[in-house]
Design a protein around this ligand. Structure first.
Ligand code: C2E
Ligand code: CA
Ligand code: CA
Length: 506
């Protein structure tokens, strides 16, 4: 995939680099946000638990004060007043004790003997009451612990000041509330009776109240920024490395091998085909020659890419693709071809040690009717095939299926008579460098005669490559050449032109 973007244009590089940076940043930030959310909720829950412990202690003192003051409800206010005042002094956090009978306050540690109705809130046994305005300091709320027996009640109050302190200590930054009954108090001491939204709630196990906190998205973000700095720094660094790598890879020039792989994927290797004639100038066969139809460079000749394709083994899928394209495009027009029309493919030595060659050849032949087409595989003399058992089996199997073998570029390599014999070549293709010498006085001109003589003694068919002039044609036909191939008759052409060519020559 990354090869596909090698040597990408600057804009594409910029876009890819940005995506490579931003995508993990966004995903990583979302992940960190969820981690921060979880950590903040756990941390806040712990704070609420500690707040509840502090409030329980406060209320436990109020509870104790009420318990201890209760016996004094049997006496007159004047008699018991010093004792309940002592209790207020002795017991921490308690600011006031009030004695109540038949719904009226008759004695208060603060005001002494009184006779006033209860304010407008219900007194239930062992219950808490949140009083918005304390009798000690009307600007502050208070919480009273109320203990009732029959028509007598004792209320012991703690000041809102303590409550505010505990709420502030529990959570300095967040919106925290203490709920008692249907009232809520915040850390500024403000009392509200409309319900407050909350994210986390912790109830006291001992007294009827709860502590709650509301956490907003901003709280989570603040927490993430302040607590996940190292993780964020690592994330940014990691994304920067990925972005840099993407920029580097997309700017790297594409290697030739990458280009060939991409071209195979894009089906840019296409077959050209060059017809050849027999000694009566009838078109009896054609050689398939590969071209690279590069969208940028145009049509590329094989000398440029075949050597590397052979070296890397990519020649095998390329040849397979060419064979399929030829059978797909020619088989619908096969009736135009003469019987036993030979179609030749150039095969690299690597393909011969690959057992696919037989299967590929049979697949090609199966696309045509019987006896309509013969297949010839051309092996260049410059790349000799090792005489292994595997190769020998393959060649026998090819012969058994009437597939011909040609030795290509004959005279330019180092093959011996033994080699020609071992692999039982059916066709000898004389290289164009010798054909070019015909008509000159050079020694090479005589080599052609020797090669033709050798081939006839070995019982091989002969094909002359690169025939360009009438003189060459006459010279070769006079010496009983079987087939002639070259610009004199036809140049390599795309398959659709070849179909037309056959129609015209037929
Ligand atoms: P080759 O197999 O010897 O193919 C003959 C070459 O001579 C072709 O060159 C053809 O276009 C050229 N030619 C044909 N007639 C004439 C002529 O009258 N005059 C001149 N000057 N040239 C002529 P091309 O197509 O450039 O192919 C070059 C070589 O690339 C081929 O030599 C073959 O060795 C290799 N090649 C081509 N296609 C394939 C392929 O599909 N597989 C493999 N393994 N090699 C291939
Ligand atoms: Ca050839
Ligand atoms: Ca040649």
């Amino acid at each position: 995939m990354i090869n596909f973007f090698r040597a990408a244009p600057l804009l594409t590089r910029f876009v890819l680099t940005s995506v490579a940076f931003l995508l993990p940043v966004v995903l990583g930030t979302i992940l960190l946000f969820f981690l921060a959310q979880d950590s903040l909720q756990r941390e806040t829950n712990r704070s609420l638990q500690s707040g509840v412990v502090l409030l329980d202690r406060l209320l436990w003192n109020a509870d104790a004060a009420a318990q201890r003051a209760y016996p004094y409800t049997h006496g007159q206010c004047d008699e018991v007043l010093p004792y309940i005042r002592d209790l207020v002094v002795i017991i921490p956090d308690v600011r006031m004790i009030t004695l109540i009978k038949d719904g009226r306050i008759y004695c208060s540690s603060l005001l002494g003997k009184v006779d006033s109705p209860l304010p407008d809130y219900r007194l239930v046994d062992n219950s808490l009451v949140l009083i918005p305005s304390s009798p000690i300091n009307p600007k502050e709320p208070a919480v009273s612990f109320v203990m009732t027996h029959g028509n007598v009640s004792v209320a012991s109050s703690v000041a809102g000041y303590y409550l505010k302190n505990i709420l502030t200590l529990t959570s300095q930054e967040r919106l925290i509330h203490l709920q008692i009954g249907d009232s809520w108090i915040d850390k500024t001491g403000k009392v509200s009776t409309s319900p407050i939204k909350s994210t986390l709630v912790v109830n006291s196990k001992h007294y009827p109240y709860s502590l709650s906190v509301w956490l907003s998205h901003d709280d989570y973000l603040d927490f993430m920024v302040s607590h996940k700095q190292t993780a964020m720094a690592i994330l940014i660094l990691f994304c920067a490395v990925i972005a840099w790598y993407t920029y580097w890879v997309t700017g790297k020039p594409e290697s030739m091998k990458d280009k060939i792989e991409r071209a195979i994927h894009n089906k840019e290797f296409v077959p050209y085909i060059q017809p050849y004639v027999d000694s009566q100038y009838r078109v009896v066969g054609a050689e398939v020659l590969m071209r690279w139809d590069d969208p940028q460079e145009g049509l590329v000749r094989p000398d440029f890419f075949i050597p590397l394709a052979e070296e890397t083994g990519l020649i095998i899928p390329m040849t397979q693709s060419i064979m399929t394209q030829v059978s797909d495009q020619i088989s619908p027009h096969q009736k135009l071809l003469s019987d036993n029309f030979t179609i030749s493919f150039n095969i690299s030595a690597k393909h011969c040690v690959n057992s696919d060659l037989l299967a590929d050849s049979l697949r090609f032949l199966n696309a045509f009717s019987q006896n309509q087409v013969r297949l010839c595989l051309e092996l260049t003399e410059r790349e000799l095939i090792e005489n292994t058992q595997e190769a020998s089996n393959l060649f026998s199997a090819l012969h058994d299926n009437k597939i011909q073998l040609a030795i290509d570029d004959f005279g330019t390599g180092h093959s011996s008579l033994k080699y020609l014999h071992q692999f039982r070549f059916d066709v000898l293709k004389i290289d164009q460098s010798f054909i070019r010498m015909i008509g000159t006085n050079s020694v090479s001109a005589h080599i052609v005669e020797n090669l033709l003589d050798l081939a006839s003694r070995l019982g091989m068919k002969t094909v002359a490559e690169g025939v360009e002039t009438l003189e060459q044609v006459e010279y070769l036909t006079a010496r009983n050449i079987h087939c002639l191939q070259g610009y004199y008759f036809a140049k390599p052409m795309p398959i659709k032109d070849f179909i037309q060519f056959i129609q015209q020559s037929g």
